[in-house]
Design a protein around this ligand. Structure first.
Ligand SMILES: Nc1nc(=O)c2c([nH]1)NC[C@@H]1CN(c3ccc(C(=O)N[C@@H](CCC(=O)O)C(=O)O)cc3)C=[N+]21
Length: 297
């Protein structure tokens, strides 16, 4: 029987595990604070940011939300980031990506103080992670490691294939999987849009992380029997539903679940874990900035 990996359940465990650290911080006079900044009219981005704010409320993190008109000047965003960098009640800052075209994304990533960069996207934090000394692991790959751990998936010595080479998922996922560390030590291949024989690689894979942003790219016939399939894709495709769309992953779930040993659904797989690890990094950030030792799950 195929195991459906329940991201909502593991995320709830992570949130419950954060209660101890949050309590410790509050007893020392610090309420962890997370600022989310949205400069976009994209409805999906609005949904994701409001989910993150709801999560904060649930676990007792002080959520601060700033909205900037998508047509406003880039300086408006940089001034906001400067203010949040200086605000002692704010321990984590997340600027929702993508930002409008007239805003230099790399400058945004550099503008956030590294100790408040709970996405782990600042070049200093990327460098630390690659060197095996991460301050904040990027939320999606970190959440995937937690899922693999929760479902007893052995990464050591496994053949892993990461499909996609983005800065937010593919590259950091690959880095974590190859590290000489728990939930690492995998022999890891990265496939991308110029890969000649995706199927040939997938067929050898014990673990597949699909993060290409292509709806249903990976189908059951490409997979190895019993493999673990992690679907990072969250694609809105037009459909005759109440919302006018449905969510599909980068994996064709129906065919893949017939072959895979363990598989994440969309929704309810990686997405909730990304949000849970954002809370995790925020609690860690609050501990560092208030000089309080916190236990993390
Ligand atoms: N600076 C920054 N950091 C991010 O972490 C970031 C970002 N920008 N930009 C956009 C992506 C996307 N992202 C999601 C996280 C959780 C769900 C999620 O929880 N999805 C639910 C359902 C979503 C739904 O119902 O629409 C699920 O998969 O079960 C989705 C998307 C974070 N991102």
């Amino acid at each position: 029987m195929t195991d459906i990996i329940d991201g909502n359940e593991v995320a709830a465990e992570v949130r419950a595990g954060l209660a101890d650290g949050i309590e410790t911080l509050k007893a020392e006079g610090t309420t962890p604070g997370l600022a989310t900044v949205l400069m976009s009219d994209d409805p999906a981005s609005e949904t994701y940011v409001s989910m993150k704010q709801r999560d904060c409320e649930e676990v007792g993190i002080n959520g601060i939300h700033v909205e900037i008109d998508a047509g406003a000047s880039a300086e408006k965003l940089f001034d906001t980031i400067d203010d949040l960098n200086a605000d002692e009640d704010v321990h984590g800052i997340l600027v929702q990506m993508p930002v409008p075209k007239h805003v230099d994304k790399r400058r945004v990533l550099r503008a956030i103080k590294p100790v408040k960069d709970v996405d782990g996207f600042h070049p200093e934090n990327v460098g630390r992670m690659v060197a095996g000394n991460a301050l904040y692991k990027p939320c999606t790959p970190h959440g995937i490691q937690k899922l693999l751990e929760a479902y007893d998936v052995e990464t050591e010595g496994a053949e892993a294939v990461v499909v996609g080479r983005s800065d937010i998922v593919g590259k950091p996922m690959t880095n974590l999987l190859i590290q000489k560390a728990p939930m690492g030590n995998a022999t890891t291949t990265v496939c991308h849009s110029r890969t000649q024989d995706l199927e040939g690689h997938l067929r050898e894979a014990d673990i597949v992380v699909a993060a290409a942003g292509v709806p249903e790219l990976v189908t059951g016939d490409m997979l190895k029997e019993g493999s673990t399939v992690i679907d990072v894709g969250i694609n809105r495709v037009d459909a005759d539903t109440e919302k006018g769309y449905e969510l599909v992953g980068d994996v064709e779930f129906e065919s893949a679940k017939e072959v895979a040993g363990k598989i994440t659904p969309v929704p309810g797989g990686v997405g909730p874990m990304t949000r849970a690890m954002l809370l995790y990094n925020t609690v860690k950030a609050a501990g560092i900035q208030s000089d309080v030792t916190v236990n993390l799950p």
